[in-house]
Write a protein that binds this ligand. Structure first.
Ligand code: HEM
Ligand code: HEM
Length: 134
C-alpha cells in the first residue's frame, strides 16, 4: 500500500491501543480499589491484546506497511477491532456472572485468532523480503 495508507493504518492502530490502554488501566484501578479481582482476565486481555498487540501492529505498519497488501491490512485492522470489542464485552459480562455471554467471548476470541492469521499472510512479503506492489 502507499505511504499515506500505511501511515493512516498505523495511526488507527495507535489510536485503538491508547483507547484500550485507558480502559484496561481504568479497569485495573477499579479492581484494585474495590479489592475485587474477578475481572482479572478481562483486564489482562484488554491490556495485552488491546494495548500491547495493537501498539505493536501500529509500529509494524509504520515500519513495513508499504510492503503489505492494502486489502489484507484493512481486513486485519477491522477484524481485530471487532474481535477486541466483542472479547472485552463478552469477558466482562461473563466474569460479571452473566455466563450466558460466553459464546460472545468465544466467537470474538476465534475472530482475533483469524485476524492474526490475516496479519500473518499480510506480513509474509516482509518476512520473505519480497516487496509487494500496492
Ligand atoms: C495502574 C494500572 C494498573 C492497575 C491498578 C492494575 C491492576 C491489576 C490487578 C488488581 C490485577 C489482578 C491481580 C491478581 O488478582 O492476581 C492485575 C492483573 C494483571 N494486569 Fe494489571 N493493572 C494495571 C495496569 C496494567 C497494564 C498496563 C498491563 C499490561 C500492559 C496489565 C496487565 C495485567 C496482567 C497481564 C494481569 C494478569 C496477571 C496474572 O495473571 O497474574 N496491567 N492488574
Ligand atoms: C484470542 C485468543 C485468546 C484466548 C482464547 C485466550 C484465553 C485465555 C485463558 C482461558 C486464560 C486463563 C484466564 C484465567 O482463568 O485466568 C488466559 C490468560 C492469559 N492470556 Fe490469553 N487468550 C487469548 C489471547 C491472548 C493473547 C493474544 C495474549 C497476549 C498478547 C494473551 C495473554 C494472556 C495473559 C497474560 C493471561 C494471564 C491473565 C490472567 O491470569 O487472567 N492471551 N487467556
Amino acid at each position: 500500500m502507499t505511504d499515506t495508507d500505511a501511515s493512516l493504518l498505523a495511526r488507527r492502530f495507535l489510536g485503538a491501543a491508547i483507547l484500550y490502554g485507558v480502559l484496561g488501566i481504568a479497569l485495573g484501578l477499579a479492581m484494585a480499589i474495590a479489592h475485587d479481582h474477578s475481572q482479572r482476565p478481562t483486564h489482562a486481555h484488554i491490556n495485552v491484546i488491546g494495548f500491547v498487540s495493537f501498539f505493536l501492529f501500529a509500529l509494524f505498519y509504520r515500519q513495513w506497511g508499504q510492503q503489505v497488501s492494502r486489502l489484507l491490512a484493512r481486513i486485519h485492522f477491522w477484524l481485530a477491532q471487532a474481535a477486541m470489542l466483542g472479547m472485552m464485552t463478552g469477558l466482562w459480562l461473563f466474569y460479571n456472572g452473566q455466563t450466558g455471554f460466553e459464546p460472545v467471548a468465544a466467537i470474538s476470541a476465534i475472530a482475533y485468532g483469524a485476524s492474526f492469521l490475516v496479519f500473518a499472510v499480510a506480513a509474509w512479503p516482509v518476512v520473505a523480503g519480497k516487496p509487494q506492489r500496492p
